[in-house]
Design a protein around this ligand. Sequence first.
Ligand SMILES: [Zn+2]
Length: 78
Amino acid sequence: MLSHHCPVCGSSDVMQRTVNDRLRAADPVGQAFEIPLLLPVWRCRACKLCWQGEEAMAAKEAAYQYALVKRSPNRSTV
Ligand SMILES: [Zn+2]
């Protein structure tokens, strides 16, 4: 696993936590909807910065894909 550093102050004194978040998205026909998800975020203990890393992007993408599948139960292919 990669070591993480704060993008602002460069400190390695960072920790990961999980927060409840909502992702706003639109399905292929343009209908907006919200996806509740658990989002992993990083927090720097040196300067109190919170930011989202690759894990958060992956979590959003996974939640979005999952939501699309759930919203189209009759379609096995996209
Ligand atoms: Zn920092």
